[in-house]
Design a protein around this ligand. Structure first.
Ligand SMILES: NC(=O)c1ccc[n+]([C@@H]2O[C@H](COP(=O)([O-])OP(=O)(O)OC[C@H]3O[C@@H](n4cnc5c(N)ncnc54)[C@H](OP(=O)(O)O)[C@@H]3O)[C@@H](O)[C@H]2O)c1
Length: 277
């Protein structure tokens, strides 16, 4: 799996194909979509329009919690494949755990294991699982998830998750890698945007890079996979232009030190409850 990719959450149907094409032209090798984003078909269109061979692009998509269950997960996977129009998905993720109905989560994981055995997906993983959810899943199944895609940016580091992943050999993939959720789910108050934090702004000046590039480089220097979203071709190119510099250990530590322990997005523990999503 390429470490660096394009996310397409909240990319409209109109914008997605162009963003994917721009990303591929800029050298991205990974596109992260989901059934819930309702743009799988447009992702596939962008890949086709780019002219690149399908095998050169790594495609991730995800199973919605509303499709969890043994039969419904199989139907949902078939629907994703029909939208994408490709023979195989590179990585298939359970989008969120449903802690209050973990049996259903496990039944969906069983489907993922079968899809892997049948060769319809090349790898399977999870998203938004806590270390406790991960342990429950592993205890009751055969395949250890290849990836856990979690909210992770300078203001929310999830150190316990990262350590658990390292112990288990699971790849940590950062969603909202430049802290986008802090803006689009935030109240607009000052200090919520990591890209405006003085530590990051100063490092950007030092390296002649933008704040987003510094944060994405920090992600890569920490060994994470990162999937920033943009529909803007200039920012799409900017975001991947991070492989000509690296941060010093004290600079990496300074950015990690901005962790507030406060998530910007939904709490996985609350999925399936009135307070959750
Ligand atoms: N598994 C999950 O539950 C989950 C949840 C959320 C996200 N994700 C995945 O992670 C991907 C990325 O996360 P995200 O969209 O939440 O946040 P993000 O990538 O951290 O931030 C995206 C936001 O930042 C803007 N942006 C992009 N590049 C920029 C730059 N260089 N400078 C300034 N602003 C920039 C984008 O606007 P423009 O488009 O206008 O450039 C967009 O508003 C998603 O697309 C999705 O694939 C997964």
């Amino acid at each position: 799996m390429p470490a660096f990719g394009l996310g397409v959450f909240q990319s409209s149907k109109e914008d997605t194909g162009g963003a994917v094409k721009a990303a591929i032209e800029a050298g991205y090798g990974l596109i992260d979509t989901a059934a819930g984003y309702q743009n799988e078909a447009e992702v596939a269109m962008g890949i086709r329009e780019s002219g690149i061979d399908r095998s050169e692009v790594f495609i991730t998509t995800k199973l919605r919690t509303k499709d969890f269950g043994y039969d419904s997960a199989q139907r949902a996977f078939d629907a994703s494949m029909a939208s994408l129009g490709f023979d195989v998905v590179d990585l298939y993720l359970l989008h969120w755990p449903v802690p209050r109905n973990f049996e259903n989560t496990l039944a969906s994981w069983k489907v993922c294991e079968q899809l892997l055995a049948e060769g319809r997906v090349r790898a399977i993983g999870v998203s938004n699982f806590t270390p406790a959810h991960m342990a429950r899943l592993i205890e009751r199944s055969t395949v250890v998830p290849a990836v856990n895609q979690i909210e992770l940016h300078p203001f929310f580091l999830q150190q316990d998750h990262r350590e658990a992943h390292d112990r288990l050999g699971v790849i940590t993939q950062a969603w909202s890698p430049i802290g986008g959720v802090q803006r689009y789910r935030g109240d607009g108050s000052e200090g919520r945007d990591p890209l405006q934090h003085p530590v990051i702004v100063e490092l950007a000046k030092k390296y002649g890079k933008t704040p987003a590039q510094v944060v994405l480089r920090w992600q890569i220097d920490l060994g994470h996979s990162a999937i920033p979203k943009s529909i803007n071709p200039q920012r799409i190119r900017e975001n991947i232009d991070i492989f000509d510099f690296s941060l010093q250990p004290d600079e990496i530590a300074a950015i990690s030190g901005l962790d507030t322990g406060q998530r910007g997005g939904g709490d996985p523990e609350l999925v399936g409850t009135p307070e959750g999503k």
